[in-house]
Design a protein around this ligand. Structure first.
Ligand code: ATP
Length: 626
């Protein structure tokens, strides 16, 4: 494949000359797939001038010449010229693009920009789009303060959310949502100008190894987007984060994390888990849904449907001057979290009559397993279900948020193990979704996007829980992630602080004293660790070591306590032994005195006679030996 691509990619440094070779060379070698339908002959594209540049490449204005027997047309197009990718991967990109192109042509999506096709010029991928009036970014640049008025913000927000939803429906993630990628047509409607270029580039490296590949533009990237194989997977809710970042910029005129370096953004978003600030004064439903888009765990974020609903409900309540009546928008303001699940998480799965259900694990409700026999109104958000529980005469009326659906023995959030293991990624992960037909989506460490399969390929595993103590399994010599040692050189034991959606564990080591410049949290592959508990620790030493792992202060305190105890015992023993010796000495002395008295005739010369009489009233017979 590399040979064919080389045929269309002379290694000349790119200026804006067109490829002059034979595009048919792409299909010369045996078994090479034919040129994709979306392929544009580079000779038919005439680049005019550059109109923009970004993270993934430049945008040029160009003309696209199309001719056949009965027509000869020139279209003005915008050509996105990507940075060069590895030559042997160009065909892979063309194939992925073709899939997208076919989907778009068959679906006629309204909310996304019109694609003319794709070409390869001087070895660079060129995506030809319809030329629009400009972008929202351009419009903002012309406005005072760069802020859009609230009615425009809501209207564009709805159109964009619908466009994103359409792309999601054909399985495409945008991953590069930002105002410069929102294009405006002649009727002032907005469409998505980036149809998931980062998604198409997933796993395809740049030719220039110095060019950092990022799955998006840093200011708008969700935490899982920075390293999806580690903190992923990326999924539809990843675009909710990017959408909310863009909305904030449209409202305030400033992108989130403005003015700070890429490294600092990464540290703030991924490590410190900070969220962009949502401006106040918005209709409550919009504020609520935007805040929901910044949940660290993507499963807790709203989907596009929720966003559209919140924006539409608020649109009716907003006047042209930007003020809003508050009517209609309060309906959706419910900030409740059920034991760590956001309402967005809970509303993703709708119960139906006939579903097997059980209480959510974190709740102490007594429904082990039952069947839904009835649903009350408004079950999407806040309804109640009637549940028939075996051996119970009456049905239970339970808030639907307190219940989870169980299908083939699995429920959302279960820890699961793939029956077939694969060396490329972990086989232990977390169930993100299960349909009633058994199709499942699982988050697995090492996979950038969710694993999709059937429940018959999984088994339920004992869950890891936040707060649990863990250690590396004995057979792990080189863990996937850095793992600290104890002073003696053996692996330290840690405590689970957080569990990522792919099962990757964030672990702290409270038994280690941390110096300011040392990391406090470490990552762990759940397949490489085992749980520790007092009961399973075999000996008293192991139990003590577990206690030491609770806090770094345990050991010094234990040593201090030991020293104190030793000192006390020493003092105690010392005193007692000393006391006994003293007593003995006294008795001895008494005897000596006694003897002396006896020897001195019963009267100590130094004692008054009365006292001596008392002391020695039972004294020995008086002798006068001196
Ligand atoms: N199809 C188009 N029609 C008209 N103008 C366009 C089109 N595509 C892009 N532009 C213009 O080019 C500008 C920059 O687009 P470009 O996509 O290069 O920048 P970016 O979005 O910052 O980068 P990237 O998408 O690489 O992250 C846009 O703001 C817009 O003015």
């Amino acid at each position: 494949m590399a040979e064919q691509i080389k045929a269309v990619s002379p290694a000349a440094s790119f200026d804006y000359e067109l490829y002059e070779g034979d595009p048919d060379k792409l299909r010369t070698v045996d078994a090479t797939p034919a040129l994709p339908n979306s392929y544009i002959d580079p000779a038919s594209l005439k680049l005019k001038y550059r109109i923009g540049y970004g993270v993934f490449g430049d945008v040029w204005l160009a003309t696209h010449h199309q001719s056949a027997k009965d027509y000869d047309e020139y279209h003005e197009v915008a050509v996105k010229i990507l940075h060069p990718i590895k030559e042997d991967r160009v065909y892979e990109f063309l194939r992925k693009f073709e899939e997208l192109w076919m989907n778009l042509k068959s679906q006629q999506l309204q909310g996304v920009c019109w694609l003319h096709g794709i070409s390869v010029i001087s070895g660079k991928i060129c995506i030809a789009l319809r030329s629009y009036e400009g972008s929202i970014g351009d419009q903002m640049a012309r406005l005072k303060g760069g802020k859009l008025p609230l009615p425009d913000f809501l209207r564009y927000g709805i159109e964009l959310a619908k466009g994103i939803q359409q792309l999601h429906q054909i399985g495409v993630l945008v991953l590069n949502l930002k105002p410069t990628n929102f294009l405006i047509d002649e009727h002032d409607h907005v469409v998505l100008g980036d149809l998931g270029i980062p998604h198409l580039l997933l796993g395809i490296p740049w030719r220039d190894s110095h060019l950092a590949f990022r799955l998006g533009t840093p200011n708008y990237m969700a935490p899982e987007q920075w390293e999806p194989g580690v903190r992923g997977p990326i999924s539809y809710e990843t675009d909710s984060w990017g959408f909310a970042c863009s909305m904030i910029e449209m409202l305030t005129g400033t992108p989130p994390w403005f003015g700070i370096s890429v490294e600092e953004i990464h540290y703030a978003v991924v490590i410190r888990q900070e969220k962009p600030q949502v401006p106040s004064g918005l209709p409550p439903a919009v504020e609520d849904v935007l805040k929901g888009c910044f949940e660290y765990d993507l499963r807790n974020r709203p989907l596009k449907q929720d966003i559209i609903q919140a924006f539409e409900s608020s649109q009716n309540a907003v006047y042209n001057d930007g003020s809003w009546s508050g009517l209609g928008s309060n309906l959706y303001v419910d900030k409740s979290h059920y034991s760590g699940y956001s309402k967005w998480f809970l509303s993703k799965d709708h119960l139906q009559v006939g579903d097997t259900v059980r209480s959510r694990k974190a709740l102490s409700l007594a429904v082990n397993e039952g069947v839904v026999v009835g649903l009350e109104k408004d079950t999407d958000r806040n309804g109640f279900a009637l549940v028939q529980v075996p051996n119970l005469h009456n049905q239970l009326r339970v808030n639907i948020f307190a219940l989870e659906r169980v299908t083939s023995g699995f429920a959302l959030g279960d820890w699961v193990h793939l029956n077939k293991t694969n060396g490329h990624h972990s086989s232990l992960g977390i169930l993100h979704s299960i349909q009633r037909d058994g199709s499942v989506v699982v988050g697995l460490l090492g996979l950038e996007t969710p694993w999709r399969g059937h429940s018959s390929e999984l088994k339920v595993e004992e869950p890891f829980l936040v707060g649990q103590f863990i250690r590396l399994k004995a057979n792990i010599m080189t863990p996937q992630f850095e793992w600290p040692h104890k002073r003696g050189g053996s692996w330290a034991s840690g405590r689970i602080k957080q569990i990522l959606p792919n099962g990757c564990l964030i672990v702290t080591f409270p038994g280690r004293f941390i110096f300011t410049d040392e990391p406090t949290c470490f990552l762990a592959n759940p397949e490489e660790v085992e749980r520790m508990s007092f009961d399973t620790c075999p000996g008293i030493m192991e139990k003590y070591e577990l206690v030491e792992d609770f806090h770094w202060a345990v050991r010094p305190v234990a040593i201090a306590f030991g020293l104190l105890t030793a000192t006390k015992i020493g003092t105690f023993v010392g005193r007692n032994v000393g006391g006994m010796l003293n007593k003995r000495k006294k008795i001895q002395k008494k005897h000596d005195v006694h003897n002396q008295e006896r020897q001195s005739g019963g009267n100590a010369a130094w004692l008054p006679p009365k006292v001596a009489n008392i002391l020695f009233k039972e004294g020995p017979p008086i002798s006068n030996s001196r």
